[in-house]
Design a protein around this ligand. Structure first.
Ligand code: MLT
Length: 237
């Protein structure tokens, strides 16, 4: 199994993805939101690029859809929920379809349509994702959503965590960048200490979203494998 990493949504190219299994990571916070919403009983998450598209779809059945997401890490006007995973409680999302639009995460997911399969990963479901990759035993690309087209330390160490788990029971061939992510993970047992220098971490901190940060850092809280196909994210089979 070959393992590689793409460092941001701006770096995704179709030819890097064809015939590959992809894991999209935006641990702060979009992929943590998606994982939490499905774990708390949402039927599906529909990741859209624009606020306009999201509002248009929600209009079709405003009581049924939950509209969530952010711009500049802040809740969007007329939306139900922000991009805080803590908003996506089972009371609010169970049995509902969540429409989500975020700056980087939903953009990265939509840009991966050429991949063979597209899973959604975070610290919260890292081990579940790894076990799925081990079952499939195909070449993998971890697509880091990054921060407005730039590399982001948080997504990188999250990929390193999954690569580290993957190597425990599989024979893998790492690209240089995949090796580096694993190295960074292994040498930073305190993840917060490492990502405290990340630009997006500091934006969330400046908005007093400390609880979100602590929540997203937790490893393997949920055993679910969200998969994007045909425009929606559901639990993989
Ligand atoms: C994104 O998709 O850009 C992020 O999840 C931003 C955020 O933390 O809200």
């Amino acid at each position: 199994m070959k393992v590689d990493i793409i460092i941001s949504a701006d770096h995704i190219k179709d030819e890097y993805l064809s015939n590959k299994v992809v894991v999209v990571i935006d641990m702060l916070r979009a992929t943590s939101v998606i994982t939490t919403a499905l774990a708390n009983g949402a039927n599906r998450v529909i990741p859209l690029l624009t606020v306009e598209e999201a509002l248009e779809l929600a209009k079709q059945n405003r009581k049924y859809y939950i509209l969530g997401g952010e711009r500049k890490a802040v809740k969007i006007e007329d939306f139900d929920l922000s991009n805080s995973p803590l908003d996506y409680s089972s009371e609010l999302v169970s049995g509902k379809d969540v429409i989500l639009t975020t700056t980087n995460g939903t953009r990265a997911i939509n840009a991966c349509h050429k991949a063979k399969r597209i899973f959604i990963g975070s610290m919260l479901n890292g081990k579940a994702i790894v076990e799925k990759l081990q079952d499939l035993n195909e070449d993998v690309v971890f697509v880091n959503a990054g921060t407005v087209g730039q590399f982001s330390m948080d997504d990188f160490i999250c990929a390193g965590y999954m690569i580290n788990c993957l190597m425990e029971h599989s024979k893998v061939q790492l690209s240089d960048i995949a090796f580096t992510a694993k190295y960074i993970y292994e040498n930073n047992s305190n993840i917060i200490d490492y990502i405290k220098n990340a630009s997006h971490f500091n934006i969330l901190k400046s908005l007093n979203l400390h609880d979100d940060i602590d929540y997203c850092m937790q490893k393997d809280v949920f055993y679910i494998v969200p998969e994007y196909r045909n425009g929606e994210i559901v639990n993989a089979v």
